[in-house]
Design a protein around this ligand. Structure first.
Ligand SMILES: *[C@@H]1O[C@H](CO)[C@@H](O)[C@H](O)[C@H]1NC(C)=O
Ligand SMILES: *[C@@H]1O[C@H](CO)[C@@H](O)[C@H](O)[C@H]1NC(C)=O
Ligand SMILES: *[C@@H]1O[C@H](CO)[C@@H](O)[C@H](O)[C@H]1NC(C)=O
Ligand SMILES: *[C@@H]1O[C@H](CO)[C@@H](O)[C@H](O)[C@H]1NC(C)=O
Ligand SMILES: *[C@@H]1O[C@H](CO)[C@@H](O)[C@H](O)[C@H]1NC(C)=O
Length: 354
């Protein structure tokens, strides 16, 4: 009886969304001390990961994912975008080599074209890549469709620096400098019922608020731990209990301002560093990631105040600490796993299963 009851709820959740709410993780491998692809895929299975996101479309990794019950997101590199945009043959080649060669035994479900393509549009070269993004996406879509493949969505992960304002959430808007780029992208995503992939880091927003000091954000609120800290958006009256929801909804309202009310959001990256600068420690990282996983895997879905009950596919950042990443020390301290594959800290139903 209890079992029937549970499956009944799952069916409702799935039929209303067609998207699973199993958690995903980013598998980057910019390290010289990391487990092999074969070992890494085994670790993903032990962690009970429902999805994995790659920053490339590595053949060895895709081979090891073959036959596994893990949905896969693969990435087209930024420097491939302009070529593909200009030439259908290059799009065909990319799709044959990285998708057709592995699909369907490897469950490729998302193709992400570029990474943070709108974050740097200061040089003519970068601006050209940004302008070529949607044409490249459309060429890849054309090839995928011509292969009779209908269960792969195409998107592009964007960083929150695309936002002009995020506060209050109802005031969310995109930077005017990229509005000509965002609109064609939203048109494509809306038309194909794909997802608007966003990299959302409450840690960074919280950290900045501490450094700038004038509007310091409560740590519990950033960690999704607060019971009594809430924020009420003065315009909508919606009550927020955590910073992550606030940031997601600011994107929802920014899209609505451009006329796109129904575009679904996916979180391409979110996480909390376990070492490095202020607030980066194992206890906070464990708290944040556990709370995010609990929120995103609850059935029926929790959603956000502006989108209650809506599934938000989410990829935790990141699987490993990557010792060859550039930037401040904190940049290399986001991993759930040590280089030996053991947990850095315990995450429910993820590293506890190792
Ligand atoms: C909304 O954002 C604009 C900038 O886009 C800002 O000038 C304005 O003060 C914000 N409104 C509120 C209520 O914060
Ligand atoms: C920042 O906070 C500290 C203590 O919390 C305080 O001493 C200092 O005056 C604040 N600085 C600013 C610019 O508000
Ligand atoms: C929230 O509750 C805790 C424990 O009851 C208390 O210590 C804390 O000050 C409260 N925070 C706010 C912002 O009310
Ligand atoms: C988004 O797509 C829906 C169809 O799914 C369409 O009815 C709607 O007009 C589109 N929105 C915009 C702003 O183009
Ligand atoms: C963890 O797994 C147990 C048993 O499989 C399940 O009952 C529980 O709901 C899971 N917790 C989360 C946060 O997924």
């Amino acid at each position: 009886m209890a079992l029937l009851f549970i499956s009944f709820f799952c069916v409702i959740a799935i039929s209303s969304s067609v998207v699973s709410n199993r958690i995903g993780i980013n598998y980057g491998h910019l390290g010289n001390n990391l487990p092999s692809p074969a070992q890494s895929i085994e670790l993903l299975q032990n962690m009970n990961m429902g999805r994995v996101k790659l920053y490339d479309a590595d053949h060895e990794i895709l081979n090891h994912l073959s036959g596994k019950d893990i949905e896969v997101a693969i990435t087209v590199a930024n420097d491939e975008i302009s070529g593909i945009a200009a030439n259908q043959h290059l799009a065909d080649q990319w799709v044959y080599e990285h998708i057709v060669a592995h699909y369907p035994s490897t469950r490729i479900r998302f193709v992400l074209v570029g990474n943070q393509v709108f974050s740097s549009v200061n040089t003519p070269e970068d601006m050209q890549i940004a302008l070529d993004l949607v044409p490249a996406i459309r060429r890849i879509q054309k090839t995928i469709k011509s292969q009779g493949i209908h269960n792969i969505k195409i998107g592009t992960p964007l960083a929150m620096d695309m936002m002009e304002t995020t506060f209050p959430p109802s005031n969310g808007s995109f930077k005017p400098a990229i509005s000509d780029l965002i609109t064609p992208l939203l048109k494509y995503i809306n038309g194909t019922k794909s997802f608007f992939f966003v990299e959302v880091y409450p840690y960074i927003t919280w950290f900045d608020s501490q450094v700038r000091n004038h509007t310091a954000i409560n740590l519990d609120y950033a960690l999704l731990r607060s019971r009594n800290v809430t924020y009420t958006d003065p315009r909508t009256g919606l009550v927020y209990t955590n910073l992550l929801d606030q940031m997601i909804d600011s994107v929802v309202y920014a899209m609505a301002k451009l006329g796109y009310n129904d575009v679904m959001v996916a979180i391409a990256e979110t996480g909390w560093p376990h070492k490095g600068e202020l607030g980066a420690n194992r206890a906070n990282a464990a708290e944040y990631n556990n709370n995010v996983i609990r929120k995103m895997t609850t059935v029926p879905s929790v959603g956000t105040p502006a989108r209650p009950g809506v599934v938000i596919p989410t990829f935790i950042y990141s699987m490993y600490d990557e010792n060859q990443k550039y930037g401040p020390n904190t940049e290399r301290r986001w991993g759930l796993l040590n280089p030996d594959g053991g947990p850095v800290y315990v995450v429910v139903n993820v590293t506890s299963g190792l």
